[in-house]
Design a binder for this molecule. Structure first.
Ligand SMILES: [Zn+2]
Length: 119
């Protein structure tokens, strides 16, 4: 623990509020403390993830609709993606990918996220 972190009220060395998540420090003597706002790790995740459409999808209406929505293209282009899979449909941050993952799952579309998506 860095010695800079001493309690403003009583001078006792402060301890982390939670050992696992660096949310802030608290004084074990008088209870004074400060906490940084807890931020969901998915928001802080700067990894760029790729959503890759897999081969075994059929160009069903629902699949076309979902693929075109995610790749922001028309149905003709969406069918090309399905025919030419594996193909990258989207590249972006975890928070966006999570939303797309739910859409793909609910449409029963086969896909992978690279690198491994932990959410
Ligand atoms: Zn204190």
């Amino acid at each position: 623990m860095n010695k800079e972190y001493i309690c403003e009220k009583c001078g006792t060395e402060m301890v982390p509020i939670d050992k696992k998540i660096p949310v802030g420090l608290t004084c074990p003597n008088c209870g004074w403390g400060w906490a940084t706002t807890y931020i969901d790790p998915i928001i802080e995740d700067d990894t760029v993830y790729s959503v890759v459409l897999q081969k075994e999808n059929k160009a069903l209406k629902n699949t076309l609709k979902t693929v075109s929505a995610i790749a922001k293209c028309n149905y003709i282009k969406a069918k090309e993606y399905i025919d030419n899979a594996p193909v990258e449909l989207f590249r972006g941050k975890a928070i966006e990918v999570k939303n797309l993952k739910e859409q793909l799952d609910s449409a029963n579309i086969s896909f992978v996220i690279v690198p491994d998506f932990p959410y």
